[in-house]
Design a protein around this ligand. Structure first.
Ligand SMILES: Nc1nc2c(ncn2[C@@H]2O[C@H](COP(=O)(O)OP(=O)(O)OP(=O)(O)O)[C@@H](O)[C@H]2O)c(=O)[nH]1
Length: 357
């Protein structure tokens, strides 16, 4: 239960962002209180903490209440970067030789937050560029410190800086690794999604295939949904193929698909059952309404002017699903009704009543 909730949270980056903002605000309050009580607070931080506790709640408001998470992310990232970078420069300039190791150490250990925030909330490219940019600034600082620009005499501070440069390099390297893994995972998810989609689509007509229809029927049957089946078969299609050739036959099937789709409602599903046979699933539909729908499809096709062959007609068998009977039973009722429609002269709709099942 907890694991599932965590997984949902991880998959929802807006929620994580809001959570991170809350955690950062709480952390600032704690650090502030501890530094005040131990009397090690750096003057700059005293103002910085107040400003942060004004700016970050605004970002939270933007993200959570104003539902503008993108602007909130960019704003938070820019604010934290500016704050931590200026803090780093000021600590170097003011505290380097005053022996206040605490100020420098605490600044350095918070800088990786910028890398993490950028990798979490910016696009991969933006995150990599920002992290490298900030890291280069850190290295420049290190170089200046060692080139005696800050007249850094304290060897412990020098070692601390060197250490920070290495540890932050490793931190960025690990984040690169995480991004690479994420990109690989996203790419394979996309591939799997495309393959799944392709496996359910009929290559010629671009509508669902038999596999998709069977899956949909199984799901609907398991959910005990009310629905009717319309089995639609093109009349004398062999003659069309024989007279005009298979390529024209293919074009007719495409045009027919369009024609049938025009008569369906948004909730209905159409797929190719096989050959010149289509299956429409009329969602939440009783037999009487399904019959009206089938007549609409039949008339739509019969009235359509097919550019190459003129008129084409379809026969339709209709059956309603009953939860106490199987899908295959419903399908075979629709199939029998279709057979009757063919024998009654084609271009007909026949409904399978429960008595005829
Ligand atoms: N062009 C084309 N023809 C197809 C396709 N799939 C099936 N067919 C043809 O559809 C024709 C179906 O013929 P039959 O089953 O005899 O049915 P019919 O001629 O439509 O006659 P009735 O259904 O009895 O009205 C066959 O000639 C198949 O080759 C396809 O994807 N493209």
């Amino acid at each position: 239960m907890i694991l599932r909730k965590l997984k949902t949270l991880v998959n929802n980056s807006d929620k994580i962002f809001n959570l991170v903002l809350l955690v950062v605000m709480v952390a600032i309050c704690f650090v502030w209180a501890i530094e005040e009580s131990l009397d090690v607070i750096f003057d700059y931080d005293r103002y910085g903490y107040i400003i942060s506790l004004v700016v970050l709640p605004i970002c939270f408001w933007l993200s959570y209440f104003a539902k503008n998470p993108h602007i909130a992310r960019v704003f938070t990232f820019i604010y934290l970067t500016l704050y931590l970078l200026s803090l780093t420069v000021i600590t170097f300039l003011q505290a380097a030789n005053s022996g206040t190791i605490y100020s420098i150490a605490s600044t350095l250990q918070w800088v990786p937050i910028i890398y993490i925030v950028s990798f979490l909330f910016l696009s991969n490219k933006q995150a990599i560029l920002s992290a490298i940019g900030i890291y280069c600034l850190m290295l420049l600082m290190l170089f200046l410190a060692h080139a005696d620009v800050f007249e850094l005499e304290n060897t412990v501070l020098q070692a601390l800086l060197l250490n920070a440069a290495f540890s932050q390099g490793v931190c960025i390297f690990c984040l690169f690794g995480i991004v690479k893994l994420k990109m690989t995972k996203d790419a394979s998810n996309l591939r799997a999604e495309k393959m799944e989609k392709a496996a359910n689509i009929d290559g010629l007509l671009g509508i669902g295939n038999r596999r998709m229809l069977q899956r949909k029927l199984n799901t609907m049957a398991t959910d005990y949904s009310a629905f009717s089946l319309l089995l639609i078969d093109v009349d004398h299609f062999k003659a069309i193929n024989d007279t005009h050739g298979h390529l024209v036959g293919d074009d007719i099937l495409r045009e027919l698909t369009q024609c049938i789709e025009n008569s369906l409602r948004p909730d209905d599903t159409i797929g190719r059952w096989g050959g010149e046979e289509f299956l429409a699933i009329a969602n939440g539909t009783e037999l009487a309404v399904a019959e009206v729908l089938a007549q609409r499809i039949r008339e739509g096709v019969a009235q359509h002017d097919f550019a190459t062959v003129g008129r084409v007609t379809v026969s339709i068998g209709v059956a309603q699903f009953h939860p106490d009977r199987s899908i295959s039973h419903t399908f075979s009722s629709a199939d029998k009704a279709l057979y009757e429609a063919k024998h009654a002269g084609r271009n007909k709709v026949v409904v399978a009543t429960q008595d005829s099942d």
